[in-house]
Design a protein around this ligand. Structure first.
Ligand SMILES: NC(=O)c1ccc[n+]([C@@H]2O[C@H](COP(=O)([O-])OP(=O)(O)OC[C@H]3O[C@@H](n4cnc5c(N)ncnc54)[C@H](O)[C@@H]3O)[C@@H](O)[C@H]2O)c1
Length: 349
């Protein structure tokens, strides 16, 4: 076997520790060789716990290390762009947590760097690698829903308000539940729909509860003064082909469900619901329900995502989740914010 590919993680916090480290451990020909965090103790703790030999507090030092083949970007959202571009310009392969960036302008900058880069860039949309999503995508490859005319996208939580600054301080997060979890469900829905072109967006964002004390957060208290993002958003999206979509995203919301993470796609031949796999259709004027069962034999979604990325790096395959997909997802989310700000429908470029 060729020598192992060396990975440097930038951002040594929650997602790195809980999901990316187990993911890298599952790839036989990769090893995490460097940990970076602007908070030295966080990087040192990760390095100590996972036997990572090198520690940095400035991502530029990690990116400049010629021994590093892969940079795994797990910092708060607003720092992704500069780190991804620096890593691509240094010739690295890059895996970046969602959202790739919080504006289409930044994604265009990333795209320019990616076009000139020798490494590949993948966006870590792990929901695509869940057993339910894998099975539904396979099903739709063979069972056409017909003309898709509508989609219902939910990423709504009742009282799961993130407490860490990286999520609630707009300078770090670039948005609330839209950017945090809306990005997951919207990416999943658009991917199942084969990314139709969105042309107009109308939306509204609210900060209803996050600055107050009415709803107790399931993850503990957060700094009310730091909150500068929405806690609820809704959007109505028009596609060029005439289809429409409703999107809802929340961290705090009076709903019975603790969490509703779902995408339901309606076509003239049938509808499909993720993640339940529920399929509804009609045959010979008989109403038919069926269920697409989750794919078997898969590892946790972040691990499957990292395995797909490593395979693409080794095999020079195209990126399993290219930045061009994020451009479409973030274009819609950006449209929701802009529509809310301007109090009118927004035409997308
Ligand atoms: N796909 C998923 O399931 C999932 C889950 C959680 C978070 N995320 C994403 O992962 C990213 C990180 O989230 P998290 O939960 O790990 O947050 P976190 O706050 O736990 O960790 C972020 C870390 O980045 C460090 N950091 C901040 N600025 C830095 C810089 N300039 N250089 C290096 N390190 C820096 C912080 O000190 C912190 O330790 C976010 O983009 C988030 O949206 C994805």
């Amino acid at each position: 076997m060729a020598s192992k590919l060396k990975v440097g993680v930038v951002g040594s916090g929650g997602v790195t520790r809980a999901f990316h480290m187990p993911g890298w451990a599952a790839v036989p020909d990769c090893e995490v060789a460097a940990a970076c965090d602007s908070h030295r103790e966080t990087a040192e703790k990760l390095a100590g716990d996972f036997k990572i030999p090198s520690v940095h507090t400035d991502y530029r030092d990690l990116v400049a290390d010629p021994a590093i083949d892969i940079v795994d970007v797990c910092t708060p959202n607003q720092l992704h762009t500069e780190i991804v571009i620096a890593a691509l310009e240094a010739g690295k392969n890059v895996l970046c947590e969602k959202p790739l960036a919080t504006t289409t302008a930044d994604i265009h900058r990333i795209g320019e760097a990616a076009a000139k880069a020798k490494g590949i860039l993948m966006v870590a949309q792990n929901q695509r690698f869940t057993p339910a999503a894998v099975a539904i995508k396979r099903f739709l490859e063979e069972r056409d829903l017909g003309e898709v005319y509508y989609a219902r996208i939910h990423a709504t939580r009742r009282n799961w308000m993130p407490a860490r600054p990286g999520f609630i301080d707009p300078a770090l997060s670039g948005g609330g539940p839209c950017m945090d979890i809306g990005v997951h469900a919207l990416d999943l829905g658009l991917w199942l729909m084969n990314f139709p072109k969105a042309v107009r967006v109308s939306g509204r964002v609210h900060t209803n509860f996050a600055k107050g004390w009415d709803i107790p957060g399931g993850w503990g208290e957060w700094d009310r003064d730091l909150v500068g993002v929405e806690d609820f958003a809704s959007g109505f999206i028009h596609f060029e082909n005439g289809a429409t979509m409703v999107l809802e995203a929340s961290w705090l919301h009076h709903q019975k469900e603790s969490q509703d993470f779902s995408a339901q796609i309606f076509g003239k031949n049938g509808s499909i619901h993720w993640p339940s796999g529920e399929y509804a259709s009609v045959f010979n004027r008989a109403l038919v329900d069926a269920t697409v069962l989750p794919a078997s034999g898969l590892q946790p979604s972040h691990t499957e995502e990292i395995l797909a990325f490593a395979k693409a790096v080794r095999g020079s395959d195209p990126s399993p989740v290219p930045y061009t997909d994020s451009l479409k997802v973030i274009g819609i989310l950006e449209g929701i914010y802009e529509s809310s700000k301007q109090n009118r429908e927004i035409a997308l470029a």
